[in-house]
Design a binder for this molecule. Structure first.
Ligand code: ADX
Length: 210
């Protein structure tokens, strides 16, 4: 990965130089034969992002792919535990997920990200920091009424009672992708079928080892 043009905002006028390292991602990738990339799952809470991403990761494991799944809920328990659900916190949540995903791609992994990621502009920024063809946006499409009827964690009920402010789809917006790489209709497809569809897409895109 080459020098990045983004500046360190906390250091004022002092530039933090980019440290060139000997081994680059192409060298690392030679070891495992796969094409590292980001597969970004977006959709409402309870749409099925984590379930489908997790099934996909098992499918990839079965064909000896090296992966990591960054799940919004889990990362919010560690790296992002200082962030809540206001709009600025969500922007920062997605920025960090995208940055970690980029580093993991640099390490040679196929990185799955499962996060509501409600704002188009943030998802676009996540895509734009990756080389062309190395970012796949998967829209896990469940209408609000369907997600709310599922409500596995009881969060929609809480949000409707006013106990969970800024809940996506209730009093915080979700901006659906206009041109996702893959759209999953979660009403029509089972989670297994959905995972297979994403797997097939990655295979068609030449990401998986021959
Ligand atoms: S994101 O909008 O910033 O991308 P992220 O995917 O990390 O969200 O986290 C969403 C998860 O946090 C949901 O699956 C749910 O379990 C939990 N959650 C708690 N409060 C909220 C809220 N106000 N809106 C959405 N999800 C919430």
């Amino acid at each position: 990965m080459g020098r990045r043009v983004l500046k360190n905002r906390a250091c004022g006028s002092i530039d933090v130089p980019w440290q060139r390292l000997d081994l680059d991602r192409h060298g690392r990738t030679l070891l495992n034969g796969q094409k590292p990339c980001v597969v970004w799952f977006t959709g409402l809470s309870a749409a099925g992002k984590s379930t489908i991403a997790s099934l996909l990761e098992r499918r990839l494991y079965a064909v000896r792919c090296h992966t990591y799944l960054l799940d919004g809920d889990n990362v919010r328990n560690g790296l992002n535990r200082d962030l809540g659900f206001t709009a600025p916190d969500r922007v920062e949540n997605i920025r960090r997920l995208a940055e970690v995903a980029r580093l993991m791609v640099d390490a040679g992994l196929i990185v799955l990200v499962a996060a509501i990621s409600p704002f188009r502009v943030d998802r676009r920024a996540a895509r734009e920091q990756m080389p062309a063809g190395e970012f796949f946006e998967v829209f896990v499409d469940a209408p609000l009424a369907v997600a709310e009827a599922r409500d596995p964690k009881g969060l929609y009920r809480k949000a409707r009672r006013g106990e969970l402010p800024n809940f996506t789809g209730i009093d915080s917006p979700y901006e659906a992708p206009e041109m996702p790489d893959v759209r999953i209709d979660t009403v029509a497809l089972s989670a297994e079928q959905a995972a297979q569809r994403v797997f097939d897409h990655l295979q068609g895109a030449g990401v998986l080892p021959a």
